[in-house]
Design a protein around this ligand. Structure first.
Ligand SMILES: NC(=O)c1ccc[n+]([C@@H]2O[C@H](COP(=O)([O-])OP(=O)(O)OC[C@H]3O[C@@H](n4cnc5c(N)ncnc54)[C@H](OP(=O)(O)O)[C@@H]3O)[C@@H](O)[C@H]2O)c1
Length: 410
């Protein structure tokens, strides 16, 4: 594929896009100077200002080419798709702004990755452009941020280890968020509120959101566990609260199970929840967490409450956690696997910065580099999950370049 750039970062002015730009520029400068890249967004002035800021932070004189384009304009998106081998997108809410770029990449054989966590958007893109991507050879990989890389790669790695140790993959994996420090950006809140608002009046959308197999239509369906209230954990002593990202992560892991039947058995079970600790303290924390999630979900669905949340409580689009909060943040999740014979294995995924921004930007950067450089020459096009298409390259890359480790634990 001969293209002007190896990579284009679309949305370099977004809160998470700016961090991704910094990570990408830093990685290319220090480790891979042969990679070429450009940044794209709808305002030349804003792109230039971001470039100045990133240059200053990295103490580099960056001269990254800038492309001024609008996500809603099909011709603009075609121009972006035809100029790069890989396009990275951080323009969200994806359901509002994402379609033209996915379409253009699918039509032009351009690999694509993003950090959406919006199942409705992915389901729509699959329905409209999967055949197009399969024909053109484009590999479209959604969910390369905290949703859903740690869940997806952790489950994949666990199955590989289980096969090596026990001769068979696990029948069931329960993922627990053990510890996590981080907050949400305005763009993420806008994406979540957009889904809740739409789902209120759209029965089909509600069905998609509730269906763990929404992105894995070919998988044999079994009843999956779903934690929507405080319960005692059967895997590890303590109390569980619902995990906000469980819905999208479960759909992605089940799609990986569909795309990699060599690693995932029929009737595979997957669940996610937050482990809030043991004893009365753990129960109290779990209740507080469940209550907080409920208040935001209900508030987002009711117009006046939504107005109050957007105006006074939640971060505004373009804003998010401070740099210090990103550095102080981290996440530790554990996948607990059980084989059909009852053998057990656990895999820990740990990130050294806050999940949604510091770690997400580094993970997204490395996913894009794999797409640009490390796919096999006979790689089939289509809509792949991160684990199904690039786990082998990405797991070691995350450990070396992104501060994310994945390992078996006792
Ligand atoms: N999976 C994860 O873990 C994860 C983590 C973080 C964020 N996210 C997702 O990433 C997305 C971005 O989040 P954020 O907080 O960075 O958002 P944000 O700061 O509000 O940024 C939104 C971006 O979209 C751009 N944009 C909007 N309309 C556009 C158009 N018509 N043409 C071109 N660009 C357009 C904006 O450009 P301007 O700057 O010109 O306004 C801006 O760059 C959200 O969907 C969020 O949910 C996911």
């Amino acid at each position: 594929m001969t293209r002007e750039y190896d990579l284009i970062l679309m949305g370099a002015t977004s809160f998470v896009g700016q961090i991704t730009y910094r990570r990408l520029a830093e990685y290319i400068h220090q480790k891979d100077p042969t990679l070429t890249f450009a940044i794209a967004g709808r305002s030349t002035e804003k792109l230039a200002s971001v470039q100045r800021d990133v240059s200053q932070r990295l103490n580099l004189k960056l001269d990254t080419p800038m492309i001024t384009v609008n996500s809603m304009n099909a011709a603009d998106m075609k121009r972006v798709a035809q100029s790069a081998k890989v396009v990275i997108s951080t323009v969200g809410p994806f359901d509002q702004y994402g379609e033209q770029l996915v379409k253009a990449c699918a039509e032009n054989g351009t690999h694509y990755c993003d950090l959406t966590g919006e199942p409705n958007f992915i389901a729509d893109m699959l329905e409209r452009y999967e055949a197009t991507a399969q024909n053109s050879g484009a590999c479209i990989v959604h969910c390369c941020g905290f949703d859903s890389l740690p869940s997806d790669l952790g489950a994949y790695y666990l199955q590989q280890q289980a096969k090596a140790l026990f001769g068979e993959p696990c029948q069931e994996i329960d993922m627990r968020v053990n510890r996590m420090a981080g907050t949400l950006s305005g763009g993420t809140m806008a994406s979540m509120i957009n889904i809740v608002k739409k789902a209120k009046d759209d029965k089909a959308l509600r069905k998609t959101l509730m269906n763990p197999y929404a992105l894995a239509p070919d998988l044999k369906k079994v009843k999956q566990k779903f934690f929507n209230k405080v319960v005692q954990d059967k895997v590890k002593p303590g109390w569980l609260a619902p995990f906000m990202m469980a819905s999208i992560n479960t759909k992605i892991v089940l799609r990986t199970a569909m795309q990699r039947p060599d690693l995932f058995p029929e009737n595979f079970l997957y669940s996610e929840a937050m482990h809030m600790g043991d004893g009365p303290g753990g129960k109290k924390r779990a209740k507080r967490m469940a209550l907080g999630l409920g208040v935001v979900a209900i508030g987002a669905a009711i117009a006046p409450a939504r107005w109050v949340l957007e105006k006074f409580v939640l971060p505004k689009p373009g804003t998010g956690p401070s740099e210090q909060a990103q550095i102080d943040g981290f996440f530790t999740i554990v996948h607990y696997g059980t084989t059909a014979k009852g053998e057990k294995i656990a895999v820990e995924v740990h990130g050294d910065q806050d999940p949604g921004y510091g770690s997400t930007a580094k993970m997204l950067t490395q996913a894009a580099v794999v797409l640009a450089k490390e796919l096999p020459s006979d790689q089939a096009g289509g809509f792949w999950t991160p684990a199904a298409i690039m786990a082998e390259s990405l797991i070691p890359r995350l450990s070396t370049h992104a501060g994310v480790s994945i390992k078996t634990i006792d």
